[in-house]
Design a protein around this ligand. Structure first.
Ligand code: C6P
Length: 418
């Protein structure tokens, strides 16, 4: 068998989860006397030793500032940092490295677009269209922009399953809409939004589209050129990489036309006491010493994901979600919130008469980590008339046995309270 056929065959093989789990040292510990079940992956995902070792090796061997020194360590650090950018470019299928800006995370990416692109191009009378299912990071920056420019913020509502009301989107999208910003995959409901159609329609009225891919990038393959989105943001720490590193993708022509977001070192070509010439893309948007080790760790995480294959990850997680949905739906008094026809990786639920925080605490006693609260998406809670939900969020290292432990702990929880 030649090498490419062997590689193709490997891509269709089921995941060896036990092997994968061995890559994640943190998973092999007891919490409160029980083996850890980590189901809070939407908040932050765990790191494989390939990422941990890459970051450690960088600090052991190559640590230096980037783009500044002529010495060998600085050149090595610069090569590794720019190598990571190239990996992100390929991962997202961007047209060029110049379209890949390293930021702190999805939140900073959205704020950058709002304050640079938005502030430059919006005025009173313009409209920004977002949805009821946004994370606060994709609401507050637009509210701030509206206060600054006099633009108006509009929201597309969601149905009981947690899907966008697309007829309403069609009604709210007008030639006044300058920006459409929405979540690719909802962190609180797991809904996968029909972003291709939304982007097409938004472009037809001349609006620009930002996708919040914080929850999408770890679970599905993203191709920004095929999507034709104008901006895409993601957070490294949800993608099995370190915290404090993220990505803003922007179409080159747009990024070229935008003013810098922050001023400082590295974003300049020349500074005199009178004026500054800004640097080329993407450095124009990377003021100050960047999170070098974080970017390098993100590159290692991308290598790790590519080795496994996002298609196989998606397939496995889909089966796990279906299994989890069936098991949880069989528990008395439990209601799953978020039942979209297209969803992934999120099991948000409520238990009649028991506050989600109590569920979270009892599950923690059983060694199970979930998130309980509003998941930084308060408008969704308002929509469903809930103060909070309990949320189990999956990654490809989770197993059916872990779902069974989750279900047993939820049943125990019911028994304690009833
Ligand atoms: N959601 C969750 O538990 P940052 O904090 O910048 O890395 O990511 C913000 C963010 C933006 N959009 C979506 C869809 C998100 O899910 C998040 C982070 C975490 O759901 C922490 S609140």
């Amino acid at each position: 068998m030649n090498e490419s056929v062997a590689a193709e065959n490997l891509k269709t093989m089921p995941l060896d989860i036990e092997q994968i789990r061995r890559d994640f040292p943190i998973l092999h510990q007891q919490v409160n006397g029980k083996p850890l079940v980590y189901l809070d992956n939407a908040a932050t995902a765990q790191k494989p030793h390939q990422v941990i070792e890459t970051v450690a090796a960088y600090y052991r061997l190559d640590n230096a500032n980037v783009h500044r020194g002529v010495h060998t360590l600085s050149q090595r650090a610069t090569d590794a940092y720019e190598g990571a950018r190239e990996k992100v470019k390929t991962f997202l299928n961007a047209a060029s490295e110049q379209e890949i800006v390293f930021v702190r995370g999805a939140t900073e990416g959205i704020n950058l677009v709002a304050q640079s692109f938005g502030r430059e191009s919006l005025q009173a009378g313009d409209e920004i269209l977002i949805t009821e299912m946004e994370h606060h990071s994709n609401i507050v920056p637009w509210q701030m922009l509206c206060e600054q420019t006099g633009a108006t913020l509009k929201y597309v509502s969601i149905n009981d399953a947690g899907e966008l009301n697309l007829e309403e989107f069609d009604r709210l999208l007008t030639d006044k809409t300058r920006i459409v910003a929405l979540v690719h995959i909802s962190n609180a409901l797991g809904t996968i939004n029909p972003v291709e159609a939304i982007i097409r329609k938004a472009h037809a009225v001349g609006a620009r589209v930002l996708l919040d891919g914080a929850q999408a990038a770890p679970h599905i393959a993203v191709d920004v050129q095929a999507l034709d989105c104008d901006f895409y943001v993601l957070s490294g720490h949800k993608l099995f990489a370190p915290t404090g590193i993220g990505v803003l993708y922007g179409k080159q022509s747009l990024l070229e036309s935008m003013p810098p977001y922050q001023g400082g070192g590295d974003m300049i070509k020349m500074v005199s006491m009178k004026k500054t010439l800004y640097n080329d893309l993407p450095y124009k948007f990377e003021a100050g010493t960047p999170h070098i080790s974080g970017a390098i760790g993100l590159g290692a995480a991308i290598d790790y994901l590519n080795n496994i294959g996002l298609d196989r990850i998606q397939q496995y997680e889909h089966e796990l979600l279906e299994y989890g949905s069936r098991v949880l739906a069989g528990i008395d008094d439990l209601t799953i919130k978020g039942t979209a026809a297209k969803k992934t990786s999120i099991l948000s639920f409520v238990l009649k008469g028991i506050h989600p925080h109590d569920i979270g605490t009892i599950l923690d006693n059983e060694g199970i980590a979930i998130r309980a609260g509003h998941h930084c998406a308060m408008p969704i809670m308002e929509r469903f008339g809930l103060p909070a939900t309990a949320r189990a969020s999956l990654a490809f290292y989770n197993t059916r046995e872990e779902i069974d432990r989750l279900a047993a702990a939820i049943i125990k929880c019911r028994e304690i309270f009833n």
